[in-house]
Write a protein that binds this ligand. Structure first.
Ligand SMILES: NC(=O)CCC(=O)C(=O)O
Length: 262
């Protein structure tokens, strides 16, 4: 299946959800104008890493973010991977990804599993407990958030059963490790024989400069499109039939020996 994928590589105003909501709205319009089928945003687009202010900033039960994403999906007829947002649920904060189809129906929600100590995430955010695979635009897919990409053993558990054809990643990845970002994403594409679509932010907060370099990678690990360090809408068409050829040649999923991997 051919799909036009768009990545909103945006700057995020620290602790200013209303400004950020306007930004994601502008990018939904741009993606629709570009004829995209799927649009993905970066991690924590509502607040940035304003972790010490989550008491006042986190979206209660994600109600507002879900309304906005659902409305954008419907208005612009886009399947949306809603990056992630900081939410408050039952007294705890989560870093949560919402996914909506182009009719505005929620397909999935996922709380980030692996919390990033170097950015103090574990002090404020509660880790999720569920996995994240789903069907979007007719394609079996999976999603992860930023630091999650360093855990191939977990990603395998969501990529193998499908096997999923696209892995979507939402991130706030600092510039000083951007070489690792690219290599890790290419490795995830090769080992899972899947497209990887990864949205990073640009700009900076009080502690980090973010490196952009959002990527669309094919199942052989080749870069289809890569953004620079500026705000941009990155767009590329992919053909999910490409996976079949790669999987036909090197059948890693049927060659696995999971009974020996514990
Ligand atoms: N927001 C994050 O999870 C950042 C992860 C990161 O920078 C890394 O090197 O891993």
């Amino acid at each position: 299946m051919k799909l036009k994928i768009a990545i909103a590589q945006i700057d995020i105003a620290l602790g200013q959800p209303q400004i950020n909501q306007k930004t994601i709205t502008d990018y939904a319009k741009k993606a629709a104008d570009a004829g995209a089928d799927v649009l993905i945003y970066p991690e924590m687009w509502n607040t940035g890493y304003a972790l010490t202010a989550l008491d006042t900033l986190a979206d209660v039960d994600g109600v507002n973010s879900q309304q906005v994403l659902s409305q954008l999906a419907k208005t612009y007829q886009l399947n949306i991977i809603g990056g992630s947002v900081a939410i408050l649920r039952d007294g705890d904060f989560y870093n949560t990804m919402y996914i909506f189809d182009k009719n505005g129906q929620k397909v999935q929600e996922y709380d980030k599993l692996h919390l990033f100590g170097l950015m103090n995430e574990g002090q404020y955010i509660t880790s999720g407990t569920k996995t994240n695979s789903f069907k979007l635009a007719g394609v079996p897919s999976a999603g992860a958030i930023c630091y999650d990409i360093r855990f191939p053993e977990w990603l395998r558990t969501i990529m193998a059963p499908g096997p999923q054809e696209i892995l979507y990643i939402a991130a706030q990845w600092p510039i000083q490790r951007i070489n690792q970002w690219q290599i890790l994403l290419q490795a995830r594409a090769i080992e899972n024989q899947a497209f990887v679509v990864a949205a990073n932010r640009v700009g900076y907060d009080d502690h980090n400069v973010f490196g952009g370099s959002s990527l669309i990678i094919d199942p052989l690990g080749r870069i289809v499109q890569q953004a620079g360090e500026e705000e941009t809408l990155l767009v590329a068409e992919i053909n999910t039939n490409d996976e079949q050829d790669v999987r036909g040649e090197i059948p890693v999923f049927s060659d696995r020996r999971p009974e020996l991997y514990q």
